[in-house]
Design a protein around this ligand. Structure first.
Ligand code: TRP
Ligand code: ZN
Length: 474
């Protein structure tokens, strides 16, 4: 097992790549329909108000379901897509935005009627023929194609549809979903998904959820995936490659699907063998596993530099070590089932998944969480660990920084010391259970911890989450 507090291992070298700057062919078609007088316009906003990613997500509607039909040719890197979104207006809408970057739109309808649209960077601005009433359910269908381009995050890492030598590594945190389907791309909006993905025979297309079936016709194989539990767009995947596949059902009835690049198979095998016991251990600690599907996508994507907790089936850029497996699967409770409402709260994902690694080590004959905490605390005040407070990373460039992972986990360890093991675990379980399939904020977590423990914890959290620099000796 590697050292548990090493996010660098998950996104090591992300700064080394001179990543392609995504260029957007702007305004391919400015078919803006009947633009009435400005005063009569009620348009959904171009973002949900996230200060780190102001254009992520959109106001004015929620998406209940995405039906994605994709066809990918690894040789030409060409993607053909059709997205059918079932949405509901939360206000009267004469116009609304989706997030969608690159690719060419060949058709767009709202409730089966051709709609006007215009593109402006990552914003796809749609003007339906008729205004949508507040509360109205509507369907958006977008046909598109082209060669998807990954996006470069503020921290220099790549995400989205990332082409590999045999397919594509598809991981969207925080903003890559828009590189392969039009989405309301912010974790505030969660939806169910169905995927129908066609690839050349011999390649496998792995998405989220359960495999409903696969069928080969004329040298092409179509995979159908069904992901019914609410999911944030960044956790969706449609990874393509040459994979060895293993399927089984756990004692708890969870369907496991592991897809492993043969080049990673030998290294991955002993770790993947532990998946059922890891999920059982995590279920004992955090409450029932939230999804009906589990598994792993172990790709060979040496340029990516990180793993992602894609819902119900984490993706790894190479064979994971055991603590990475523990980490990504802990995210299924913390980050996936319980989602952020703002990227600023990212420690609720990364601090928790990192603390799961510490607990796993402690309970499996490795270092105790206290030892891990002490080793981190011994780091000099000038160390990166203390560069910014985990509850307030300051910008999107810092959301995957060491303080978020390691000092976030240290904050949880301090909580554990303050309230005792039993109450601490009760808090974690109540968090996962009470916000299952929904959202949670840092303020809600703090008040839950206070309520469960009967203690005032504002000083503790203020110190560990929000105070700049290395906190004084605990
Ligand atoms: N959330 C991932 C994890 O810790 C890490 C991750 C996802 C990431 N996307 C990233 C890290 C982009 C750096 C850059 O499991
Ligand atoms: Zn993580």
């Amino acid at each position: 097992m590697t050292h548990p507090s090493q996010p660098a291992a998950r996104h090591g070298g992300i700064l080394r790549r001179p990543t392609v700057v995504a260029t957007v062919p702007f305004a391919l078609a400015a078919l803006l329909g009947a633009a009435g007088p400005a005063s009569a316009m009620t348009s959904g906003s171009s973002g949900v108000g996230d200060p780190y990613f102001p254009l992520s997500g959109n106001g004015g509607y929620h998406v209940a379901h995405y039906g994605l039909t994709l066809r990918y040719d690894p040789a030409s890197r060409h993607l053909d897509g059709k997205a059918v979104l079932t949405a509901r207006a939360t206000e009267k809408l004469t116009r609304f935005d989706l997030d969608f970057k690159g690719l060419t739109i060949t058709g767009l309808t709202v409730d089966h009627v051709k709609a006007g649209f215009r593109r402006d960077g990552q914003e796809l601005v749609v003007t339906p023929r008729r205004a949508l009433r507040k509360g109205q359910e509507f369907q958006i269908a977008v046909a598109y194609n082209g060669v998807p381009k990954q996006v470069t995050d503020p921290d220099g890492s790549a995400d989205g549809w990332i082409a590999t030598d045999d397919g594509a590594f598809v991981a969207g945190e925080p903003q890559g979903a828009m590189t392969w389907f039009p989405a309301n791309s912010h974790p505030k909006d969660k939806s169910s998904y169905d995927f129908t993905i066609t690839v050349p025979q011999g390649r496998t297309a792995v998405a989220n959820g359960v495999l409903l079936g696969q069928k080969t016709v004329h040298g092409k194989t179509t995979f159908r995936w069904h992901a019914p539990e609410p999911m944030a767009a960044y956790l969706a995947t449609a990874t393509v490659g040459k994979f060895k596949v293993e399927q089984y059902t756990t004692r708890d009835g969870v369907k496991v699907y592991n897809a492993v690049d043969p080049r990673e198979a030998t290294a991955a095998a002993p770790v993947l063998k532990k998946l059922p016991s890891v999920l059982e251990w995590e279920s004992k600690l955090f409450g029932p596993y939230p999804f009906r599907s589990a598994g792993s996508i172990v790709d060979h994507a040496p340029d990516v530099g990180y793993a992602l907790e894609t819902q119900g089936r984490p993706i790894y850029d190479s064979a994971p070590d055991l603590s990475t497996l523990v980490h990504e699967n802990a995210h299924q409770w913390f980050g996936d089932s319980v989602s952020l409402t703002s990227w600023k709260d990212i420690w609720l994902n990364e601090g928790f998944a990192t603390y799961a690694e510490w607990l796993y080590s402690e309970q499996h004959g490795g270092k105790t969480a206290q030892q891990t905490f002490d080793a981190l605390y011994a780091r000099k005040a000038t160390d990166d660990l203390w560069a910014f407070p985990p509850g307030d990373p300051g910008s999107g460039a810092n959301i995957f920084g060491t303080p978020v992972y390691a000092r976030g986990a240290m904050a949880l360890h301090e909580l554990r010391l303050a309230v005792g093991d039993k109450t601490f675990l009760a808090i974690l379980r109540a968090w996962a259970g009470g916000h299952r399939y929904g959202h949670g904020t840092t303020a809600q977590f703090i008040s839950l911890a206070e309520q469960k423990s009967g203690k005032k914890l504002d000083v503790l959290f203020h110190t560990w989450l929000y105070t700049k620099g290395k906190p004084a000796k605990p």
